[in-house]
Design a protein around this ligand. Structure first.
Ligand code: RIB
Length: 303
């Protein structure tokens, strides 16, 4: 059994699929509009929830607004086996991500709303939930000061913490020495370590720094050599949330004590399955779907 706590954003994604991008001052027709639950925090929580077994406990800490989206976002988490005991409702609008899908890739404008009010100084039961965790997961769509307080709390108590620095912020460097695992994509890597060679930096963080490289896969240094875990080729429908699926699956696998190479292969298979359906959470696989894949039987077998 593992207890995983995800702290972060819970948002509504307003998604426009289009064949044309508007220029300044121009209006163009979109092809399709959808409204689906998202937010990097909630996405990672749903990824863990779907992959978890009944013996695991998955909890979300965050906030929704006192608008019509709040209850929908909370219910969606519960339907995906995520406890919302520590999800508050605040006098703000819920977080919103305006997503444009153009040529199978996404462009996102994020407005934090309630997520910007996730303030660890106001917490009580939240700290006891974190204190019991086997793995804590953070991203960058809530205030940096809250992330910092959580990272210090976890370091003091030797609670494992996976930090996904997305979207990147200038202040991210402060987190590096406080967390166990850091998972930037290649853009975030460049902002975290400007003008540095990937391989050189990986060697400074053995089994801790995992850089995702899109269709190439992910890479890390295992203490002896730099390893590439190749991505699995997919029929891509929507890449939104692929990184969140990867991070959620990685956190769960590490909480189950898998060694880094196997944990990354598990996360790679989960994100491979996730891009084959629409929406950040639409394609996130359940443990049953993972079990249907030959690699699962060969490598993991965890309940
Ligand atoms: O990582 C994808 C997520 O980032 C979307 O669901 C959206 O909410 C954005 O903030």
């Amino acid at each position: 059994m593992s207890k995983i706590v995800i702290i972060g954003s819970i948002s509504m994604d307003l998604v426009m699929e289009t064949d044309r991008i508007a220029e300044e001052g121009q209006t163009v027709f979109g092809r399709k509009f959808s409204m689906v639950p998202g937010g990097k925090g909630a996405n990672q929580a749903v990824a863990v929830g779907r992959l978890s077994s009944n013996k695991d406990k998955v909890s979300m800490i965050g906030a929704v607004g006192n608008d019509s989206f709040g209850p929908i976002l909370g219910q969606n988490l519960q339907e995906n086996k995520v406890s919302i005991e520590n999800v508050g409702t605040v006098p703000e609008s819920s977080g919103i991500a305006q997503i444009t899908i153009y040529q199978q890739d996404n462009r996102i404008i994020y407005c934090p709303g309630a997520n910007g009010l996730v303030d660890s100084e106001k917490w009580s039961t939240e700290w006891s939930t974190i204190a019991e965790a086997d793995m804590v997961v953070l991203q960058n769509e809530i205030p940096h000061q809250t992330n910092l307080a959580i990272a210090r709390f976890c370091q003091d108590r030797q609670i494992k913490l996976l930090y996904n620095p997305a979207p990147s912020r200038a202040s991210d460097k402060e987190m590096l020495e406080l967390v166990d695992y850091i998972t930037p994509n290649h853009h975030e890597f460049k902002e975290l370590f400007p003008n540095r060679e990937l391989e050189e930096v990986l060697r400074e963080f053995p089994n801790r720094l995992i850089v995702t490289l899109g269709t190439k896969g992910s890479t890390y240094y295992n203490g002896e050599k730099v390893q590439l875990i190749p991505a699995i080729k997919a029929q891509v429908v929507d890449t939104t949330g692929a990184g969140d699926t990867f991070n959620g699956a990685l956190a769960l696998a590490l909480a189950h004590q898998l060694e880094m190479g196997k944990a990354l292969a598990f996360a790679t298979l989960a994100s491979h399955l996730s891009v084959q359906k629409f929406g950040a959470q639409g394609g996130m696989p359940s443990l049953e779907e993972m079990k249907g894949h030959q690699a699962y039987e060969e490598n993991w077998h965890f309940e």
